[in-house]
Design a protein around this ligand. Sequence first.
Ligand code: AMP
Length: 532
Amino acid sequence: MIYDWSRKQAHINGNQTAVSLNDEKITYGELESESNKLAGMLIRHNLSPGDRVGLFMEKTPKTIIAMLGITKAGGVYVPLDPHSPTERVAKIIKSSKPSLFFVDHDTTHQFQNIIHSDPETGLIPWIWWSAESLLHGDDFPPQFIYKDIKSQKNEAYQVIRNPARAAHILFTSGSTGQPKGVVITHANIEAFINWAVPFFNMKQGEHTSCHSPLHFDLSTFDIYGAFASGAHLHLVPAGISTDPKKLSAFILENKLNQWFSVPSALSYLAKFQVVPKGGYPDLKRLIWCGEVFPVPALQYWMRNLPDVQFTNLYGPTEATIASSYYTVREHPDNLTEIPIGEPCSNEKLLVLDKDLCQKKIGEVGDLYIEGSGLSPGYWQDIDKTKAAFFRYTNVEGRRERIYKTGDLASLGKDGLIYFHGRSDYQIKSRGYRIELGEIEAALGQDEMLREYAVVPVHIDGFDGTAIGCAYVGTSMKNGVLAPLLKQKLKDKIPSYMMPQVWQEYDLLPRNGNGKIDRKILSDQFQQKPRPQ
Ligand code: AMP
């Protein structure tokens, strides 16, 4: 179970720091005892095995305590993004039906907005998970507060010991406008961590990063990889993620041995050339996942850090963190394309055609994943689960469960898999997974628009993919509409989904079938100068 790693560290390295954020630090011993006490408290408050618990909190050591306490009590945690608009968080709450919420000092205001927007949510019991005094609790008081656990018994709770049970549900963008919940089991997480920790040679006492938000599964590796190896996990404070100089200083001053993030974060540092002259003397590994790392940015990193191991991880949330890897062997000057590599142990990557037959070497086909990382499916959505996860007969005649990633790939002569983009309208922008359909669904509710299309805009160099919105208004002309539409979208979609480029048309271009020609629109956006 995912709480076993930190439990073991508490026994052997109890006084070592487990997690820190700025000046706040907790040891493995404290992590274990506080999460045990919380588990006892949750059991006493009737949390039943399999109950969902919404984590409406910033990424702090206390949030990590909550994750462990909830799973020890048999619950399933659902990280909610406190920076998402109220309407979107409300959709995730409606779908996951949590029995409880955790709320902290920094998210209380937003939590109040959610409660006021939806009276049903207001009836769900909540927990004040902050050392600070309670704010806004008078009209509907919390079940208990953080300080209440201090007097509880420190017992090694483990209500469920079945790795096939869900550990957490991660909500990702959905093409119809409804975010999709990916159910991830303890066994899914264990399979990846048990491969990754020895592969990366992670060691007790090392310093590792946690840059990704908690609703994004890169953080699952950060947290449980650190605990499995006995490392000190450094949570990157939200405020410095967008400041390249501060982010660089964070790596240097915390003597990080491992950095793991989406490439966008690394491209950003490369763009501003902030890697110090002497590099980062303690850094051993730089790992990325989630999107293509633009070659110029990777070259910058490799030239500045010649002794660091650079590894590309590939994989969707549905197959848990990552399913394949490639450690870059080439000299930076010879880099052209970075493969997504070969499967992690207990995983298989298959490049198949429409009839699920294997494609020949060099041919591009649909990429499927088989193995122990595969999620049981989407939360309470049998149709979507059946469409993406199914059984097929492999070359040896065995029936295996596979997941259709929606990615296009080919198998190279070198035995490695190469990524060729998507076969649908899902994109990655600044590391975030976005269904363009979710943005269109949010626009769809607008009477000012006759028609519209949201398309990817591929940018060369460091920046990756941007989002473009082409639209035809019902009346207003000459760009007056775009600011109004942006204003409306702000309440419906997170800021990372906001289109950066807008173009008004009299009529959107069509292809031979009469459908909107998204390729032409993408190309036209690409040729336009972009705002910085
Ligand atoms: P997510 O579920 O957010 O991890 O997004 C999964 C999708 O991100 C995959 O299906 C790919 O389209 C893309 N992706 C993940 N890792 C990589 C990578 N290393 N290189 C290129 N694309 C990637």
